[in-house]
Write a protein that binds this ligand. Structure first.
Ligand SMILES: CC(C)(COP(=O)(O)OP(=O)(O)OC[C@H]1O[C@@H](n2cnc3c(N)ncnc32)[C@H](O)[C@@H]1OP(=O)(O)O)[C@@H](O)C(=O)NCCC(=O)NCCS
Length: 322
């Protein structure tokens, strides 16, 4: 055990496929409208891996990882571990993380996937942080990569309009400065398997589509994300109002707005980009983080609160000072 080490996010990188599906696309064959989708979900368009440009979750994760590594100035050979959160792995095994380890040339890294659906990024970040603070690794890639488009029933208007494909990666490294006021200050995970049937993706059988009881998921997601946010803030020694930016899982604008309202966080302190990408599951928090980092909202010293909820149910939150 290495005493007093904290882990820091050095950089973030993302990748989204080129193919854009706008809400108008769904109007062309489903009983739905751009107005309905935008007003109920905040989503205007999403990216999908098209047939013309086939990619795996590992391919997308590698593209995002190369950007993150370059921004951090870290060589692939210096990565000690790769954790991939995904509900769309290419195989049961080899894991997406092992495929990425090979493609990236992270020859010295251990690699594994975790399954926590849309809370995947917060789960992976928590595990990676714990491995770093316990001295098992110094520099890690935390990856969320999803091809949600291959899990959807494109005739189910209640689900197919919500999701998109994408990948996001952060480079997490031990901060050897001994500073206690920056890096990952807290992580909080929980789960509630009793409601697993509200949001599920069967692996076998005829109906291998993502299925959801939308309005029930909505209700629980808001409560779970608000509670988890308060827990992570408290564990970090902060009040919610001390946080500079809430960077939530981008499930749906109404979920995000309701969470912000419950927490009394003004919307200008919430990073939202669901209108461009839809729900990209484990990739959504790094996609939002990158946007706020690149446009200058997030900078050194920013206090961020990540929070996500996903099928399972899984719930995760973390406070990070950049
Ligand atoms: C899916 C969601 C947008 C549906 O909105 P809602 O206001 O709850 O709508 P409901 O499910 O109650 O359905 C209301 C009506 O809209 C219809 N509807 C559903 N999708 C529609 C669409 N894309 N276009 C038009 N009508 C639609 C329903 O069939 C229903 O019609 P009915 O009254 O004739 O039966 C909303 O429940 C939601 O965002 N849930 C959370 C989903 C989520 O984020 N999951 C991932 C969490 S990680």
């Amino acid at each position: 055990m290495v005493a007093n080490i904290k882990s820091r996010i050095l950089s973030v990188g993302t990748y989204v496929p080129d193919t854009v599906l706008t809400n108008e696309h769904f109007e062309s064959y489903l009983e739905t409208t751009d107005e309905w989708i935008a007003s109920r979900t905040g989503i205007r368009e999403r990216r999908v891996v098209g047939k013309e440009n086939p990619m795996s979750a590992a391919d997308m994760g590698c593209r995002a990882a190369r950007v993150a590594l370059e921004r951090a100035g870290i060589a692939a050979a210096d990565i000690d571990g790769i954790i991939v959160a995904t509900f769309t792995p290419d195989n049961i095994f080899p894991s997406t993380a092992c495929m990425m380890q090979h493609d990236l040339g992270c020859t010295g890294a251990f690699a594994f996937d975790i399954s926590a659906a849309c809370a995947g990024f917060t789960y992976a970040l928590t595990v990676a942080n714990n491995m770093i603070v316990s001295g098992q690794a110094k520099t890690m890639l935390v990856v969320g990569t999803e091809i949600t488009s291959k899990t959807l029933d494109w005739n189910d208007r209640g689900t197919c309009i919500l999701f998109g494909d994408g990948a996001g990666v952060v480079v997490l490294q031990a901060d050897e400065s001994g500073r206690r006021d920056r890096g990952i200050l807290s992580c909080h995970l929980s789960a509630d398997g009793s409601m697993g049937n509200l949001l599920m993706l069967p692996l076998w059988g005829e109906e291998r589509f993502l299925k959801m009881k939308g309005n029930e998921v909505f209700k629980h997601a808001v409560r779970m994300m608000a509670d988890a946010s308060v827990k992570a803030a408290e564990m970090a020694g902060f009040k919610i109002e001390d946080i500079d930016f809430l960077v939530p899982h981008q499930a749906n604008i109404r979920i995000v707005q309701s969470v912000a309202e419950q927490l009394a966080v003004p919307l200008d302190k919430v990073v939202i980009n669901v209108e461009k990408y839809g729900n990209t599951s484990s990739a959504s928090i790094p996609l939002a983080l990158e946007e706020a980092w690149l446009d200058g909202r997030v900078k050194e010293g920013s206090k961020l609160l990540f929070v996500g909820v996903g099928g399972g149910f899984t719930i995760g939150s973390a406070v990070c000072v950049i």
